[in-house]
Ligand binder design. Sequence first.
Ligand code: SF4
Length: 240
Amino acid sequence: MVREVQVKKLVTKTKIPIARHVVNPYIGCGHGCKYCYAQFIGPFKNTSGVWGRDVFVKINAPEVFERELYKLKGSILFSSICDPYQPIEKKYQLTRTLLKIALDRFRNVHIFTKSSLILRDLDILRNANVSVTITITTDDERVRKILEPNAAPIDERIETVRKLRESNVDVSVFVGPILPMNPANLASLLSKYVGRISFDKLNYPWYVENIYRKNGWTEWLRDEKFHEVVNVFKKFLDVD
Ligand code: SF4
């Protein structure tokens, strides 16, 4: 279900270190990642929606953004509790409209996404003060299909990194949360296209514990796995 909603406020403050402000054009995320904390925090939890299926489109977001701009300075992030390039963006182009406004106004614009749809907007991203982070959490398509059912396949994300880089867009990769993977394989694949990489562990393991158990992945719930993976990546890449 997709529902258009009117909002009174769009931009919020964020504690994420890379930006001061954050914009979430949508409530909900069609990528439907099983581990996603955004289904339990923020406005989605107050809806009767099903995570990954239902999305609320902030249809008046551009007008609200224009109204809020006068009091905003510094850097801005798209997005924290939805993917700004989730499938519904293809139809609504809200992220594109908001980005055009933001790129004129902010010194630094950051984008976090798992989607190749970002390539649609290369015309506005090329030569702009923007940094893009593509999230790639595993090299294993089976793991991706189970834990990130509607997000882009891994090879499509790597290709997106390659194309952004080729277009001179500042791009890095975020391996977060670290999912079951072959770290040497993923690090080797990524090292062809990125110099910088950052990581996060699975912060809310209890959301997916049953899935991990069913698939024989429980060793990946151990904290030590995080350090093991990072140490393997360090052999191939600079690690933040
Ligand atoms: S893409 Fe990001 S926001 Fe969307 S469901 Fe996955 S983790 Fe959550």
